[in-house]
Design a protein around this ligand. Sequence first.
Ligand code: S3P
Length: 427
Amino acid sequence: MSLLQFDNPSVQGEIKVPGDKSISHRSIMFGAISEGVTRVTGFLKGDDCLSTIDCFRKMGVTITEKDDEILIEGKGFKGLKEPEEILDTGNSGTTTRLLLGILAGQPFHSVITGDESIAKRPMNRVTVPLREMGAFIDGRDNGNLTPLAVRGGELKSFHYTLPVASAQLKSALILAGLQSDEETVIVEPEKTRDHTEKMIRHFGGHITREGSTIRITGNQPFKAKDVHVPGDISSAAFFLTAAAITADSSLKLKNVGLNETRTGILDVLKEMNTDFEVTSTSQDEEPQGDILIRSSSLTSCEIGGELIPRLIDEIPIIALLATQAQGKTVIKDAEELKVKETNRIDAVVEELKKLGADITATDDGMIINGPVKLKGGHADSRGDHRIGMMLAVASLVTTGPVQIDGAECISVSYPDFFKDLSKVTSR
Ligand code: S3P
C-alpha cells in the first residue's frame, strides 16, 4: 500500500529512466543462444527481466552480474539443457511467450508457469502455431493456459498470418523459425515493435522484411556481441505525463529509446499540444535521445488503428493525460488491452472513476472527457505495474491523497519509480 499526497507540485530536474524492458529480455535470450560472452549494459533489473535470467540459468546458461553489467555465457541454440525445475516466468508475458518459441525447437521436456496474472493470459495465440510448426505443447484449456508442458520437435517450414498485431507472438514464431531447417514466413496485420528483428541483425544473423512480410532462414549461427539497452520510453511516459499535467514543470528525460515502433506516445503528445523537444543522442540500430518536456495546455485527440501497437503499454497513462485535456479523447482499436497484466480497459476506467474522472469503457477502448479536477481516493493497482504508476502520477493533480493498494508490483518494470517521483517533485 502506498499513500501519496502532493500540494500543488511541479515536476523539475532530470532523470534517467530504467532500461527498456523489451530489449532487456531479448538481450538475455540472444546472449544465451549465441556463441561466446555477451556483455549487457543498461539492463533493466526489474522483476520481469530477472525472471528471464532465472529461466535461462535453469537451462544451463551462466549469467553473472558484475557492477552494472550482465554477462551471459552463450551456449548457442544447441547448448541449452533440459531444465530440472519448472521455468517460472513470474508476471512476464514477454518471457512466457518468447520462451515458448525457443523451447518449441528444443529436443527436451520443459514446463513453464507464471503468477496468477500469467495463468489467465491467452497462450493459444502462440501454442497453436508452434504446434503447427511441429512442437508438442500441452496445458490447461487445451494448451491455452499455463502451466504449459513443452517437448520441442523438428520444426517444419511455416507460413503464417498473425491473427493479432502482437510483437510477443511475432517474436515467438521468429525464435522458433530460427531453429527450423527451412524458411519461416510471417505476415503482420500491423507493424509491431521490431526489437527481435534488430537483435537478430545485431548478433550477426539475417532476417528480411518486405511490406508486412517477414522471412527467416533457420539454423543461423549467432555470435556474442555487447548490447547497450536504452531507457524505456514506456517508463518515460509516466514522467512525461507528470510534467505535462502539473503547473510550472520542466523535466529532462535522458537517453530514452526512440525506436519508431515504440514512439506512438510522442505522436500523441504532439497531437495533444504538449510542449516538448527531443534531442537525438545516438543513431544506433536502437536510437536514443533526451526529451525535455514542460507544463502544457492539453487538448484531446483520437487514437486508433496502426498507432495502437506503437503505444499499447502507454494507454493507461494516456488516459490520465486525457482527463486533463480540453475536449473528448477517444481511444479505439485497443481490444488487446483486455489481455494484458490485467484487463486494462476495465482497470483504467474503474480506477480513474474512483478519482472522479469522466471516463467510459467501450468494446475496444475508452472515451475520456476533460479537463476534470480529480479528487483523492482509494484505488487499486490490481497487481498491474502500469496501473500502479498511472495512479501514482494521478496523485500529482488530485485535490486529496490517493491510497494505492498493491503498489509494490511497480518493481516489475520500474524498481526505482517512487525514488524518481520524489526526486522530481521535491525541492
Ligand atoms: C512486448 C510486446 C507488447 C507489450 C509488452 C512487451 C514485447 O505486447 O505490450 O509489454 O516485449 O514484445 P504485444 O505482444 O501485444 O505486442
